[in-house]
Ligand binder design. Structure first.
Ligand code: ZN
Ligand code: ZN
Length: 127
């Protein structure tokens, strides 16, 4: 078979391509059956008709930047806006921003409840 990353011919049980150093089936640039060029989301080889095999983690989407997470944590409104901006094109980013927004809201609520309890406590003890 051929390395899907660089197109070098490798043995069937080879786990790491000797030419490019990655798992031959983790690439998406060449057909594993004939070595022809393929595109990232292609499923069948146009040259030989083989079903293209892609193993390993799917292409990771970028996570939301730290500043965006921090902003949505401190100001949930920002998180909600970012979520709506990202949720169509970059669901992964939107999801992480959403988690941080929820975290921020929960944290705010805890502080709020603490404030009430503390306020009640001070009132009861007279301090
Ligand atoms: Zn290779
Ligand atoms: Zn092929």
């Amino acid at each position: 078979m051929f390395c899907r990353e660089c197109g070098t011919e490798v043995g069937k049980k080879v786990k790491v391509c000797p030419n490019c150093g990655i798992n031959p089936l983790h690439g998406a640039k060449h057909c594993q059956a004939c070595g022809a060029n393929t595109k990232a989301k292609q499923e069948l080889c146009k040259k030989c008709g083989a079903q293209l095999i892609t193993k390993g983690a799917p292409l990771q989407e970028e996570e939301a930047p730290k500043t965006a997470k921090a902003a949505s944590f401190c100001m949930p409104v920002v998180g909600v806006i970012l979520f709506f901006i990202w949720h169509a094109k970059e669901p992964e980013k939107a999801k992480s921003v959403c988690n941080w927004t929820i975290g921020g809201v929960a944290f705010g609520m805890i502080l709020y409840v603490f404030g009430i309890v503390w306020g009640g406590f001070s009132a009861a003890t007279g301090y």
